[in-house]
Design a binder for this molecule. Structure first.
Ligand code: FES
Length: 278
């Protein structure tokens, strides 16, 4: 009976178009997880496993919060699960936790859906005594969420949109330039979001000499380093995001290769989606 109660969906709400928040009962994961870690969920028997970063957790209530963008058939299926229903399984916490130390002023950039995984990292960095400046960046205001959560987690939050519909008009890179000009030296940037965003942030911070961590979210199958599905090149070496990551030095990740691999995956997803709707 105890086992049956596990992984029950307790709360679900839409944060942005096709972006849902799921609060799931998973007491052991809620107690054990550290910033930067993720879980692998199987929505129902026979469905594929998807890696999801833990956006928040409540060890007392025994819940973990996941923020999921509908990008394919499995996440579309996840969106159909109703409060009170259960996920087939939930494995975690997985991945190496974020390295958290007191280093000074840290900028935590969340681009679109990346706002969710950057949130617990901002919390942890602030708890360690850093001055944390959060940057929420997206194409437009409708794609932003977690404004209050990030204000709580950070000392200060700045909002930037590509079209200027909320906050300042510009990209995550513009936000970093602005902050760098104001505070002098930024000790570290943590950037999580779409691959092109992490690529250009990393390119900029390399020029500025700012240490940068990115968190990658490629296709994962087994989550144990055996299948090779999540391979990325970091500093010219093959790494597996599920066991070596998900965080890596942004200055050493081969983002172009990652983009190519994602494009291949999208084609597979499109086919699976067609099967689902048929
Ligand atoms: Fe299979 Fe990482 S998910 S190696």
């Amino acid at each position: 009976e105890l086992l049956k109660q596990s992984f029950e969906l307790l709360e679900k709400r839409e944060l942005a178009p096709k972006v849902n928040l799921y609060k799931v009962r998973a007491p052991q994961v809620a107690r054990a997880r550290k910033a930067g870690q993720f879980v692998i969920i199987r929505v129902c028997e026979g469905s594929e496993r998807i890696p999801l970063t833990i956006a928040d957790a409540d060890p007392v209530a025994g819940t973990v919060t996941l923020v999921v963008q509908e990008v394919g058939s499995t996440t579309a299926r996840m969106a159909q699960v109703k409060v009170g229903e259960r996920f087939a399984d939930l494995l975690g916490p997985l991945g190496a936790p974020t390295h958290v130390a007191k280093i000074g002023t840290v900028v935590c950039v969340g681009g679109g859906i990346g706002i969710a995984p950057v949130h617990p990292i901002a919390q942890a960095l602030k708890a360690a005594g850093n001055r944390v400046i959060g940057v929420l960046a997206a194409r437009n205001t409708g794609l932003l969420f977690f404004r209050d959560e990030m204000r709580k987690a950070c000392d200060e939050v700045r909002v930037w949109t590509d079209d200027g519909s909320e906050g300042k008009k510009g990209l995550a890179t513009d936000a970093i330039k602005e902050i760098q000009a104001e505070v002098g030296q930024i000790a570290e940037v943590v950037a999580i979001g779409p691959v092109p965003m992490m690529k250009f942030v990393s390119k900029l911070t390399k020029e500025l000499g700012i240490k940068t961590q990115v968190s990658l979210n490629p296709v994962m199958v087994d989550g144990t380093g055996m299948c090779g599905g999540c391979r990325v090149s970091v500093d010219g070496k093959s790494k597996f995001v599920c066991v070596d990551g998900p965080e890596f030095d942004g200055h050493q990740v081969d983002f172009d290769e990652l983009s190519r691999r994602q494009a291949i995956y999208k084609e597979d997803e499109r086919r699976a989606m067609e099967r689902l709707v048929k």
